[in-house]
Design a protein around this ligand. Structure first.
Ligand SMILES: Nc1ncnc2c1ncn2[C@@H]1O[C@H](COP(=O)(O)OP(=O)(O)O)[C@@H](O)[C@H]1O
Ligand SMILES: [Mg+2]
Length: 338
């Protein structure tokens, strides 16, 4: 079961502390029912288990992430939540409704950004939005009004009359996001919103998603980028092979599963394995990857001092903060990015 974590604030010493219980209880009166509640949720394709009994609760106003590598079961989960793929086993409730019987009602209150853009290449940008709005039986004049406003929001007003094909990947993503907002959803599902985009396009999208969150839209997203999860998610689950292997805020996950700092050592190609012996026992833990040796330590500089004292000379050395990538490596023995 994913714990319902009270919203946190940052104290002067930089540590998170939970707000008093009373604040949470006040919020619970009436509106704090989870928007999404999954218990022992399973998705099978034939004999293959893509989602293997996951428990998740997402609350109104939060930004919730599924972080995991390709094949973890993120899209399968999102498609069940999006009411386009039937639940194989377990329980799933969205807005307190059952996707098996209330799919249309649920979809009317939800915005969906699928992993691959499914825009109509034959239509202009603005007509893609208007047509989509018509599926929700929103009157045409209202669709037009909203479409213009949404193109403004995703900074594509000047491309309203353009066809889809000439747009960049980042622009198409923004059209899809604008389209998903046409029914003024309370909840947005975003499946790998920035995969394949260049850094600048990703930052534009992050900014738009942040604004949506500030407007009170609940965001549920999947990603295999740990920096995206750290930027956007209040709370996340780490998924691997259909299972949830950890959950919490990015900070909680790093504090629980990693050290404060990491020393990255690079030795000559192909020698990391043997050179790792020279630095064995330094820090709390060591990981030997094909291209580098990672030393997990509270104080990375001190660990590097010890490396030097032992006479070990890496080609390069770098001290950095622990990230969700380190959490994933610790939990699964594998790196996130393939
Ligand atoms: N329609 C399908 N039929 C059979 N297997 C599928 C289908 N969709 C997904 N899978 C398999 O389920 C696993 C999880 O896929 P997916 O949910 O797309 O993972 P992710 O989105 O995390 O990359 C993968 O091994 C994938 O091949
Ligand atoms: Mg996917």
């Amino acid at each position: 079961m994913v714990r319902v974590t009270p919203r946190t604030r940052t104290d002067e010493d930089g540590r998170d502390s939970a707000l008093p219980e009373v604040a949470v209880q006040t919020a619970a009166t009436g509106t704090d029912l989870p928007l999404i509640s999954a218990r022992s949720l399973v998705k099978r394709f034939g004999d293959f288990v893509a989602v293997d009994g996951i428990d998740v609760e997402v609350h109104r106003g939060e930004s919730f992430g599924f972080l995991g590598p390709n094949g973890a079961g993120k899209s399968s989960t999102m498609r069940m939540i999006g009411c386009v793929s039937p639940v194989t086993d377990g329980e799933l409730n969205i807005f307190g409704l059952d996707p098996a019987t209330d799919g249309k009602q649920i979809r009317a209150r939800m915005g969906v950004v699928p992993q691959l853009d499914q825009l109509d290449e034959q239509l202009t940008v603005i007509d893609n939005l208007i047509l989509y709005g018509r599926y929700f039986d929103i009157p045409r004049a209202e669709c037009k009004r909203r479409a213009a406003e949404l193109l403004e929001f995703v900074q594509l007003t000047e491309r309203a009359g353009s066809k889809i094909e000439p747009l960049s990947g980042g622009m198409k993503r923004r059209v899809t996001i604008a389209r998903s907002l046409i029914n003024e959803p309370e909840l947005m599902l975003l499946d790998e919103p920035t995969t394949g985009l260049d850094p600048q396009a990703r930052h534009v999208l992050w900014d738009r998603l942040y604004r949506l969150k500030q407007r009170g839209v609940t965001l549920v997203l999947t990603t295999h980028y740990m920096d995206e999860a750290e930027q956007l998610c209040d709370r996340l689950v780490v998924m691997d092979q259909g299972r949830i292997v950890a959950h919490g805020s990015p900070r909680e996950l790093i504090e629980t599963h990693s050290t404060r700092e990491v020393l990255e050592l690079r030795y000559a190609a192909g020698t990391n394995e043997e050179r790792a012996d020279e630095v064995a026992g330094i820090g709390d833990r060591q990981e030997v990857l094909p291209d580098r040796v990672l030393i997990y330590a509270h104080d990375g500089e001190a660990a590097l001092g010890e490396v030097h004292r032992r006479g070990s000379v890496p080609v390069s050395a770098l001290v950095r903060r622990s990230s969700l990538e380190d959490v994933f490596l610790r939990l699964t023995g594998r790196t996130l990015v393939d």
